[in-house]
Design a protein around this ligand. Structure first.
Ligand SMILES: *Cc1c(COP(=O)(O)O)cnc(C)c1O
Length: 394
C-alpha cells in the first residue's frame, strides 16, 4: 500500500522526536574532549536539574529505562537487602523481577491496577517493619501499563508518618517532562528516567537525579558495581562521567530538547499535557457513555496526563483495533502489556504533541471503531474539540 503523509505515533514511548531535535543530532562526530563539547554536555546536566526540579546531582548513562532501574539498585541496595515495591502493573512487576534477579528481597502489595496506591497500606507495612529492615520504597510514578499516576507525595507522607528511614526511589520514566513531580519539594531521594518519553529523544539514554540522602547512602552501601556507579561519573572530562565514550549525537539532541522544554516553560509543558489528556478523556467518556468502553483507572483524578488506558466491556478486541489503526489509518497506539495483554488499548499523549495531532489520532480511532464494529457512542472527537475550545479560551 502506498502511504502518504505522516504516521502518527501515539505510543506511551517512544514518543515523537521533534524536527529540531533530529536536525540538532544530524551532524558529524566531534572531539568529545574539546572544551566546547564538554561545556555543552555539562550544561545539559545542569539544565536537567530544572526538569527534575532538584538541587541534587544528575547523572547520565548510555542505557534505556531498564538500565535506569538497575542503577537504582546497584548504587543503593545490596544483594540480600529488602525493599518495598507497591504492585502497580507491568512496570512495577518488571522492576521487582529485577530486584529478585539481583538477589534482593522484595515485598509487594495488593495490586493497584485500577486505582492509585493507598498510602495507608504503605504506612501500615512500614510500621510493621519494626527493625527497619526495608531499605527503600520503590514506586512507579506514571504506571504506563494502566495509565495511572500514583501519588508519590502521599507515599512520602506515609513513610514519614510511620517514622521509617526507608529511601523513596521513583521511576519517572513515563512522567519526567510530562507530569509534574517536584523531586525536592516532595522529598524524593532518587528519580530515574529515560530519554524516549517526555524528553522527546530517541531511546538510548538514562538519567538519575540523586538527592543528598541517597548520595550518602550510596557512599557506604549498594552492590559491587562499576558501570552503574555514579561515584565514578564525576570529574572534568565527559569520558569519565560517561564511564567511556559519551553518546555524542544524543547529547546534541538533549541540548535541543532541553532548550525546547525550557522555552515552553515547565508549567506550560505540564498544562499542555493536561489539556491533551483531558481532551482524550472527554472523547473516551463520550464513546463509553453506554458502558461499552471504559477507563482502566476507576479514579478520575488519578488518570494520567501521559497515557490513557481503555478497555472494552463489550468484548471488542483492542488488538484488532490497533492493527486496523496501524495498517489502514497510519496511527500507532499502545497495546495492553503484562497482565493486561490483549485487554487494553493505550493512547499515549506525551512528548512532542499538539492539538491537531491528537484530534487526528482520536478521529482515526473513531473511524477504526466503525470499521471494526466496536460498539461505541459516536461523537468522541466532537467532545474533545468542544473541550479544547473551552480550554484554549481560558
Ligand atoms: C517505558 C517504561 C519503562 C522501560 O523503559 P525502557 O527504556 O523500555 O527500558 C520503565 N518504566 C516505565 C514507567 C515506563 O513507561
Amino acid at each position: 500500500m502506498v502511504r502518504r503523509g505522516r504516521e502518527l505515533i501515539q505510543l506511551p514511548g517512544p514518543t515523537n522526536i521533534p524536527e529540531r531535535v533530529l536536525r540538532a543530532m544530524h551532524r558529524p562526530i566531534v572531539d568529545f574532549g574539546s572544551p566546547e563539547f564538554t561545556s555543552m554536555a555539562r550544561g545539559c546536566v545542569e539544565d536537567l536539574k530544572q526538569v527534575f526540579q532538584t538541587k541534587g546531582e544528575v547523572f547520565a548513562y548510555s542505557a534505556n529505562g531498564h538500565g535506569a532501574w538497575e542503577l537504582a539498585f546497584d548504587n543503593l541496595i545490596a544483594p540480600g537487602e529488602h525493599v518495598l515495591m507497591p504492585e502497580t502493573g507491568r512496570f512495577s512487576q518488571s522492576w521487582a523481577d529485577m530486584a529478585q534477579g539481583l538477589g534482593c528481597r522484595v515485598t509487594t502489595t495488593a495490586p493497584y491496577h485500577e486505582r492509585p496506591v493507598d498510602p495507608d497500606a504503605i504506612e501500615h507495612l512500614l510500621r510493621a517493619d519494626k527493625g527497619h529492615d526495608l531499605k527503600a520504597v520503590m514506586m512507579v510514578h506514571v504506571e504506563t501499563s494502566t495509565g495511572i499516576t500514583h501519588d508519590v507525595g502521599a507515599v512520602r507522607q506515609a513513610i514519614d508518618r510511620a517514622g521509617h528511614p526507608a529511601l523513596l526511589l521513583v521511576d519517572a520514566i513515563a512522567s519526567l517532562g510530562a507530569v509534574d513531580l517536584p523531586m525536592d519539594r516532595l522529598g524524593i531521594d532518587l528519580v530515574v528516567t529515560a530519554s524516549q518519553k517526555g524528553l522527546m529523544l530517541p531511546p538510548g539514554m538514562a538519567f538519575a537525579a540523586v538527592g543528598e540522602r541517597a548520595m550518602r547512602a550510596s557512599a557506604n552501601g549498594g552492590a559491587a558495581r562499576r558501570y552503574w556507579d555514579w561515584r565514578l561519573r564525576q570529574g572534568d572530562e565527559t569520558y569519565f562521567w560517561f564511564y567511556g565514550t559519551p553518546p555524542v549525537q544524543m547529547l546534541f539532541g538533549l541540548r535541543e530538547a532541553l532548550d525546547m522544554i525550557l522555552e515552553e516553560g515547565l508549567d506550560n509543558v505540564f498544562a499542555r499535557h493536561h489539556r491533551l489528556a483531558e481532551a482524550t478523556r472527554r472523547a473516551v467518556a463520550c464513546w463509553g457513555r453506554e458502558g461499552t468502553i471504559d477507563f482502566q483507572c476507576k479514579v478520575p483524578e488519578a488518570r494520567s496526563d501521559a497515557v490513557t488506558a481503555i478497555h472494552f466491556p463489550s468484548g471488542a478486541d483492542p488488538d484488532a483495533l490497533r492493527k486496523r489503526c496501524r495498517e489502514q489509518l497510519s496511527v500507532a497506539f499502545g497495546a495492553g502489556i503484562g497482565p493486561f495483554a490483549g485487554r487494553l488499548l493505550r493512547i499515549g499523549h506525551l512528548g512532542d504533541l499538539n492539538e491537531p495531532m491528537l484530534l487526528g489520532a482520536l478521529g482515526a480511532l473513531e473511524v477504526a471503531m466503525r470499521l471494526e464494529g466496536v460498539p461505541h457512542n459516536p461523537g468522541g472527537v466532537a467532545a474533545a474539540a468542544a473541550y479544547l475550545a473551552e480550554a484554549l479560551v481560558a
